[in-house]
Design a binder for this molecule. Sequence first.
Ligand SMILES: Nc1ncnc2c1ncn2[C@@H]1O[C@H](COP(=O)(O)OP(=O)(O)OP(=O)(O)O)[C@@H](O)[C@H]1O
Ligand SMILES: [Mg+2]
Length: 146
Amino acid sequence: MTESSRSPVVLWLSSRYENIELAMAALEEVSRNSGIENDMEHWIGMALREAVANAIKHGNRQDPEKRVMVSFDVKGDDITIRVGDEGPGFDSGSVADPLAPENQLRPSGRGIFYMKTFMDLVTFQNGDGGGGTIVTMTKNFKNKKP
Ligand SMILES: Nc1ncnc2c1ncn2[C@@H]1O[C@H](COP(=O)(O)OP(=O)(O)OP(=O)(O)O)[C@@H](O)[C@H]1O
Ligand SMILES: [Mg+2]
């Protein structure tokens, strides 16, 4: 079976931090089936961890009744990962820049920056009626350039 016939892989996770590992296990499986090399999987995994952690923490506020959706779609040499939550949504344009001098000593506020660093394209959408956030991240996994 080719990867395109397996795609997309979709997970629905309860909002618990330990479930980040289920998303990581799915990435490992998708990577193995799609010829994504280990070092590349590592960088994609860093972005995935940050996105799922944000969905659990800021989106669903760790309410285990609320679900986080994670999907993996491989087309050609591109992997697209979507992470959706049932939270309030937010304005990604107003997130503080972690590289600004006044923010450099802050221990948090780097997740979105990492996602944008490790992936080629990261976009945020608020769900219909303002509810929920969907993060879409794409990476050409054959392109070694960070
Ligand atoms: N899924 C989401 N739903 C609602 N708000 C979000 C979501 N993802 C991010 N945010 C908002 O964007 C801010 C920046 O997110 P980012 O991941 O960069 O930093 P952080 O989560 O605060 O800290 P870190 O990821 O470094 O632990 C968050 O503090 C939060 O206010
Ligand atoms: Mg974060």
